[in-house]
Design a binder for this molecule. Sequence first.
Ligand SMILES: Cc1cc2nc3c(=O)[nH]c(=O)nc-3n(C[C@H](O)[C@H](O)[C@H](O)COP(=O)(O)OP(=O)(O)OC[C@H]3O[C@@H](n4cnc5c(N)ncnc54)[C@H](O)[C@@H]3O)c2cc1C
Ligand code: SF4
Length: 479
Amino acid sequence: MAKQPMLKFVQIERDMPQKRDASVRKEDFNEIYAEYAAAKAEEQASRCSQCGVPYCQSHCPLHNNIPDWLRLTATGRLEEAYEVSQSTNTFPEICGRICPQDRLCEGNCVIEQSGHGTVTIGSVEKYITDTAWENGWVKPAAPLAERSESVGIIGAGPGGLAAADMLRQAGIQVTVYDRYDRAGGLLMYGIPSFKLEKDVVERRNKLLADGGVTFKLNCNVGEDISFDEIRSQHDAVIIATGVYKSRDLAMPGSGSEGIVKAIDFLCASNKKSFGDAVEDFDNGSLNAQGKKVVVIGGGDTAMDCVRTSIRQGATSVKCLYRRDRANMPGSQRETQNAEEEGVVFEWLSAPKGFTDDGGKVAGVMVQKMRLGQPDASGRQAPEVIEGADYVEEADLVIKALGFEPEELPALWNQPELPVTRWGTIKAAFQTGATELDGVYAVGDIVRGASLVVWAIKDGRDCAEAIIGKFNSKAAVAAE
Ligand SMILES: Cc1cc2nc3c(=O)[nH]c(=O)nc-3n(C[C@H](O)[C@H](O)[C@H](O)COP(=O)(O)OP(=O)(O)OC[C@H]3O[C@@H](n4cnc5c(N)ncnc54)[C@H](O)[C@@H]3O)c2cc1C
Ligand code: SF4
């Protein structure tokens, strides 16, 4: 009888790829996890219990066929594992690196629920596609026939690029417009390279260009070209512009020098890592070196800011969050990484103003909080503890309080572009179609600040809907 290659979770323990020691990794911006060796990837994949109803798959936004590619990896059939993996995910090696797996696939793994430790799904997914790149299995789009229809995509983040890839595979002409000088959106200029090295994004951008996607970079829609012009040049338009308006703090002293937005800080750091000249980094405004840094917020953006500050050489890094650790929105894994690297978390602490020294920020006035009764959403609301205020010294304060959409109807002079009361674009579920004919929207601009994997899902669904529509039109024309 053939040897059973799977269900090894009882004999084999969960083992993540090696994590570099905090004392070493905080000295550079390289990724913190190593790659599995082949034998280790096979071993870890073999722990999967091949459930009849795989909860990992149903909790992956892309419904990746996880048990299938784990079995193929465990049995050494890596090229087939890659084929299965890439059939549902445009950027598997990116998701393998940065999905919050503890809240998605891995958090719902059945062997995790039974106390054996989840299968390391994300790390195996990354291993499969990194190996595919090394072996030349990842190929640019090569459509069977070119089609005449064209789609303009505004925004080169994961949502726009996932749509671009599928449309090009179908032979459709695709132009991607982006106001940044490099494609990738937040993959390139938001997420730091210790989570996602930039050559991983750049090789994807090149693959898309090699497959025939046209990129128009440094092109701010609404300034360099109008939305109407783009609409008139293409048979369909996808809006994939993300959300970039930073939530602010209106309190005493909030205008002082040295209080900056998270996105500006992270973008400057990423640009520096390319060797670009960044004036506000070079003049110290967006550089944490030698400073006492306080980051305000408890989400993933705040985690990225504290860990970037450590790597830039801050003398101390503190994170203020108004709820406790159990109630923070950021990933627990990232919080632990930050703590290992020397970040101090001040839980149940909220700013009420800033002190300054000659216009430069000198401290954050902090009020201590406790968690009160749950509100309508079920979350315990933070309440101020009277008389417990103190001042936290700071010479750089980074506000990481979340993002909201820009006012696209006004910016683009498109009053009829339908938006929700939060300013996100109103688009149909699973197609991204808006009420404007031929105009679609995907990713954060529809969902609000979300995740890369959801943007990919939206981009793929939208491309499928557009291809279907073009096919129907072509069939009618042929009749
Ligand atoms: C700091 C940070 C860390 C994050 N970490 C993670 C993580 O670890 N894991 C995870 O899953 N998610 C993470 N996210 C969320 C994730 O990055 C987003 O959900 C995802 O990138 C959204 O994709 P998108 O394509 O909708 O938009 P974006 O990635 O924001 O891309 C939008 C693109 O549109 C362009 N654009 C906007 N307006 C215009 C215009 N007028 N003209 C031309 N171009 C325009 C922008 O330049 C940008 O390139 C993080 C977000 C931030 C801010
Ligand atoms: S895409 Fe994300 S959620 Fe889906 S299997 Fe990969 S890591 Fe898990």
